[in-house]
Design a protein around this ligand. Structure first.
Ligand SMILES: [Zn+2]
Length: 230
């Protein structure tokens, strides 16, 4: 067997390094995160009332967290846009097309839970095409991305657990019409209700935003391009 010369070994190392750098660059370069603040306008979502205090609305919490997450991502050089930028009504198909037209590489919808823990949702996706009775629950648009949606959800679960160690985090797969309409890896997160986390406190918003940025970074680092398994 022929021994490798120093030069050929060097060339191999340089080549491997280039491949690695290109792969890393294409992954981070491809990242564009769509952040969807749930509800808006006359659709206020859940309204939380405490005696003597101004009611807190889900639509407002969602928007303030979406803005914080966008800022945290941009700070790390990850481009992100808001699907809903102001307090206005926005239906599911309008939301989906506003997101899809920018071809994001990730989609995250933010809502507030009626309980004190986090819920992370990925749409329901059977291994086989479902029978006709269940077809209305099912999304062909989300099908090519489901493995990555699950990967992103797993990254999100890990990042949220690290940021909020006292909180439970549930992973749930169920048919969700918004996620079904998204042509990208798509996840919905419900944050704990405001009795449990004070979202008026900037530090809490930043903690959540940093967790989102960590989740995106984690997802980009573990995701082999085009991977299919969870
Ligand atoms: Zn909601």
């Amino acid at each position: 067997m022929q021994k490798m010369t120093f030069m050929s070994r060097l060339r191999l190392i340089v080549f491997a390094l280039l491949v690695f750098l290109l792969a890393a660059a294409s992954r981070s370069g491809a990242a564009l995160v769509a952040i969807d603040a749930g509800h808006g306008g006359s659709d206020e979502g859940i309204v939380y009332t405490t005696a003597g205090a101004r009611p807190v609305k889900e639509k407002d919490i969602a928007l303030s967290l979406a803005k914080a997450a966008q800022a945290a991502l941009r700070q790390r050089g990850i481009p992100a846009f808001l699907v809903r930028e102001v307090d206005r009504n926005m239906g599911i198909s309008e939301r989906a097309s506003a997101a899809n037209e920018k071809s994001p590489s990730l989609f995250l919808s933010i809502h507030v839970s009626s309980r004190g823990d986090f819920n992370i949702y990925v749409t329901w996706m059977p291994a086989q095409e479902p029978d006709v009775r269940k077809l209305y629950l099912y999304s062909r648009r989300q099908r090519p991305y489901i493995a990555q949606s699950r990967e992103f959800a797993a990254s999100l679960e890990q990042a949220v657990k690290e940021a909020f160690p006292g909180k439970g985090v549930s992973y749930i797969e169920m048919p969700l019409s918004l996620l079904n309409e998204i042509s990208a890896p798509a996840v919905m997160i419900e944050v704990p209700y405001p009795d449990s986390v004070d979202y008026g406190n900037q530090l809490n918003r930043q903690r959540f935003a940093a967790a989102i940025a960590n989740a995106v970074t984690l997802y980009q680092n573990i995701k082999p391009a085009g991977a299919n398994a969870r």
